[in-house]
Ligand binder design. Structure first.
Ligand SMILES: Nc1ncnc2c1ncn2[C@@H]1O[C@H](COP(=O)(O)OP(=O)(O)OP(=O)(O)O)[C@@H](O)[C@H]1O
Length: 810
């Protein structure tokens, strides 16, 4: 890994207003000779009585950009704080991030020798006694700066404590503060910082944040920091900003000749790749990817749900580090399993596996984080986690970030990738994309200034070596893409097919063919069979696999970019196979999908044991009881012998419903009649839909857009009269306003840009993404909200380019 740290930007001593000697001494002890661009631009603004809204790429040094002003302002203004008073609050959305900020802050205080105390307040205590201890610690310490998560900060600043001990005098909080009364006073608060502000200003934290803001003095400095700061004015107003200076640090990539090629929202040292690959190939690809890297590296793998993290943690531990405790059958079985595994994964260094998600108990969560962060250089490890670890975490030396599935919130994509390539170091990220509509995600992210390149599909040779060259006779990824684009070009249904309702069947067949095109990787299939074998011998893995699959499908349905991640196009059979399932669990969300095509693993699942003998004993005795009760039920039915009960029994035993005793011929007639009626219904529905589609297409007055929507009936349907009516309205509006713009600059917009605009409007909760609008609206709102302060929003823009810093003050 490249060890270059960013030394671009001014020297610390060149900042104006100048930093105090003690702070300069502290940064110099940290070994940071110069500021980073975001520090260079933010620190002076924050020190000059301005609120700041800061957007800069991940790993660009935002933490010091707010910690230094927080300390400097307290020191410079010689703020005298009583024991129960605080001078600054720093809020973060996750406990791990709050802990990290608190560590940096305490280090700065220690190195500077400033006489301030910082204290971390995060949730996660498992008992009232722990809470009591934490709060009495807080009262004893009398901190000047609080760092924490919204919920626990609300407890402390607003006295919203629920757990407590009852005393004779009434309801007393765990630490002795009466409920409803704050434990510390924020009357002299100078600075408020919201790190990962766009996340904090999401609806999820709204209640706590509003409560906290309501007890803080209005005359304060506020800083909002994030790598993906949304421009939504309502958010800024909600955070109570006055007169904000906006700092945007943009990354520019250069070509070989040094010419600036493009702007990007991710560090220039970060290489992001995507791999179009059927879902049942992902695990094999990850193993091949790790093996192919050749050296011991540190990976983070993101999943969208906690259940998926739990499952793959158990599974990967068994695949990467099979040990006696997790492999049933004694020493010989362990030896055999290790031997067998070498077919799919063969590296000569140990790899540790860790897991982290929001549903883990805090102690375990902290333990995992510390273990993974504290790994020595040159050790190999994989951290499996959810988005709880996507923002802000500065884990040293992460070489690669892999995304098993794309995040439901597209902004999270940049944050996930940003766990590598921090502070000028290089790093890579890989995201898996299902063949089909998901491929549009690449363009979608490109429009959001996250450029990606295609990764090569990795194959495994007979000798176990990894190669990008497909074995002879097997379909290559390029050929598959060709099939894919061919399929797309022939996407327009024949009129005759539509009439017969056949076009949907044809489309499904084409989709099936696409996925089948990848199936010529027997080695990868062998891995899935081995995983199924593991699940068939370990009940915990079998059950966790089902839970992981169900949670994955549910999260897929909640995707924000649902016109790219189309639930109906999710290749469910391959997804199930990719999770190593023995059978597909029934879910209401999958009603109507051809689940019967899933090749069921031949086993009576009741016989799969837990490896933990006590747990297995409990399960078996429970199973016996259930079987006994079912047998008793059946005996009662037989004894009563009534016709109705017999029918019920028949339903119970066949699970297919009562027998049809009708004559075969009349049943066939009835079936044919029903089919005929169904065809007529489909024809009527399709005719109505086409007429409506035609009518609505006329409403869109951009000819280019009309042409493109007409090409993709599914997209047109979704946008024009499907679930996304609001998106349709947005498109109409965007088209109109963009047409006006177009008249002035005479440039044509692509469909992608129009969708992107509409999408932004719909999901970013912003009144206007337009920069001038932002300023105008900002002024208007500020005037409304802060009497007597109507100076308007100043704005600053900086270029973020190693060795080159370009400042442009408006
Ligand atoms: N002036 C500097 N010179 C060199 N390294 C620095 C400097 N300032 C910060 N760093 C280092 O850069 C790394 C990333 O910093 P930080 O965690 O503040 O990034 P960030 O912008 O907050 O990232 P994210 O958006 O992911 O939260 C840290 O390891 C930090 O020590």
């Amino acid at each position: 890994m490249d060890e270059v740290v960013p030394t671009y930007g001014k020297a610390w001593t060149a900042l104006r207003p100048a930093l105090s000697e003690k702070i300069l001494a502290a940064v110099s002890s940290l070994g940071f000779e110069n500021t980073t661009p975001v520090q260079e631009s933010t620190i002076p603004a924050f020190l000059q009585n301005s609120d700041v809204v800061v957007e800069a790429a991940t790993g660009s040094g935002k933490t010091l950009a707010f910690i230094i002003p927080v300390l400097e302002l307290l020191h410079r203004n010689k703020v005298r704080l009583a024991h129960n008073e605080i001078g600054a609050v720093i809020i973060s959305p996750t406990r791990e991030l709050a802990r990290q900020i608190s560590a940096v802050l305490n280090e700065m205080i220690r190195l500077s020798g400033l006489d301030y105390k910082a204290h971390l307040v995060v949730g996660g205590s498992t008992s009232a006694t722990n809470t009591a201890d934490e709060l009495s610690q807080l009262k004893e310490l009398g901190p000047d700066i609080l760092v924490g998560t919204p919920g626990r900060l609300e407890d402390i600043l607003c006295g919203r404590l629920k757990r407590g001990k009852k005393t004779k005098s009434g309801m007393i909080t765990a630490a002795g503060g009466v409920r409803g009364r704050a434990i510390v006073s924020a009357l002299k608060l100078e600075t408020l910082v919201l790190d990962e502000a766009d996340r904090l200003l999401d609806m999820g934290f709204e209640a706590s944040l509003t409560a906290i803001l309501s007890v803080l003095p209005k005359q304060r400095r506020t800083g909002l920091f994030s790598a993906t700061m949304s421009e939504g004015l309502s958010q800024l107003v909600r955070a109570g900003l006055r007169n904000p200076v906006r700092v945007q640090v943009q990354v520019q990539s250069q070509d070989d000749t040094g010419v600036i090629a493009s702007e990007r929202r991710i560090p220039s040292t970060l290489k992001v790749e995507f791999l179009v690959c059927p879902p049942d190939r992902k695990l094999a690809q990850i193993l091949r990817f790790i093996q192919n890297s050749g050296t011991a590296q540190k990976y983070i793998v993101y999943f969208s749900t906690c259940a998926a993290v739990d499952y793959f943690f158990k599974l990967l531990r068994r695949l990467l580090r099979p040990m006696a405790a997790i492999v049933p059958g004694g020493k010989q079985a362990l030896k055999n399993e290790r031997q067998r595994l070498r077919q799919w994964f063969d590296v000569d260094y140990p790899i540790s596996v860790h897991s982290l998600h929001g549903q883990m108990v805090q102690r375990k969560r902290q333990g995992t984080y510390d273990a993974f962060s504290g790994m020595a250089k040159g050790e190999a490890g994989v951290l499996l986690c959810t988005d709880v670890a996507s923002r802000g975490l500065d884990i040293p030396d992460v070489d690669c970030v892999i995304q098993w599935d794309s995040p439901t919130d597209p902004k999270t994509f940049a944050h996930r990738c940003g766990r590598t390539a921090r502070a000028g170091r290089s790093g890579s990220a890989l995201v898996f994309i299902n063949p089909g509509s998901e491929e549009t995600y690449v363009d979608f992210l490109a429009l959001r200034k996250i450029p990606m390149s295609a990764a090569a599909y990795l194959w495994q040779g007979a000798d176990g070596s990894i190669t990008t060259k497909a074995p002879v006779g097997e379909t290559t990824i390029d050929e598959i893409s060709e099939v894919s684009s061919d399929a797309d070009s022939s996407n327009e249904p024949e009129a005759e097919d539509v009439e017969k309702g056949e076009h949907k069947k044809k489309k499904n067949r084409r989709r099936g063919m696409l996925c089948r095109g990848y199936q010529e990787d027997p080695h990868s299939d062998g891995l899935i069979e081995m995983i199924q074998g593991i699940a068939a011998s370990d009940r915990e893995i079998y059950e966790r696999g089902k839970l992981a699959f169900v949670s994955f499908v549910q999260s897929y349905l909640k995707h924000e970019a649902m016109y790219i991640f189309r639930a109906k196009e999710l290749p469910i059979i391959e997804v199930g196979k990719g999770f190593g399932l023995l059978h597909l669990p029934s879910m209401p969300e999958l009603r109507g999908r051809p689940l019967g095509k899933f090749k069921r693993y031949q086993i009576d699942t009741d016989t799969i044991p837990y490896l933990d003998s006590k747990r297995e004993e409990r399960r078996l005795s429970k199973l016996k009881e259930t079987q006994k009760a079912a047998a008793a039920d059946r005996a009662t039915i037989h004894q009563n012998g009534s016709a109705e009960e017999e029918k019920r029994e028949e339903v119970l035993t066949t699970k297919k419903g009562p027998k049809n005793n009708e004559a075969w011929a009349s049943a066939r007639e009835a079936r044919e009649l029903a089919k005929e009626r169904k065809l007529k219904r489909i024809k009527r529905k399709d005719a109505k839909a086409s007429a409506e589609e035609e009518r609505l297409l006329q409403e869109i007055n951009d000819p280019e857009m009309r042409k493109m929507l007409a090409k993709d009936p599914l997209l047109a349907k979704r946008m024009l009269y499907g679930r996304d009516k609001s998106l349709r309205d947005m498109i109409a509006k965007t088209t109109e306003s963009k047409q006006r713009q177009q008249q002035s600059n005479n440039s044509k917009l692509s469909l992608g840009q129009i969708i992107e605009e509409a999408h932004k409007k719909k999901y970013d909760d912003s009144s206007s993404e337009d920069e001038e609008d932002w300023e105008a609206l900002s002024n208007k709102q500020m005037r409304k909200n802060v009497r007597g302060r109507t100076n308007g929003a100043k704005r600053k823009r900086f270029s973020f380019n190693p060795g080159f810093s370009d400042e442009e003050d408006s």
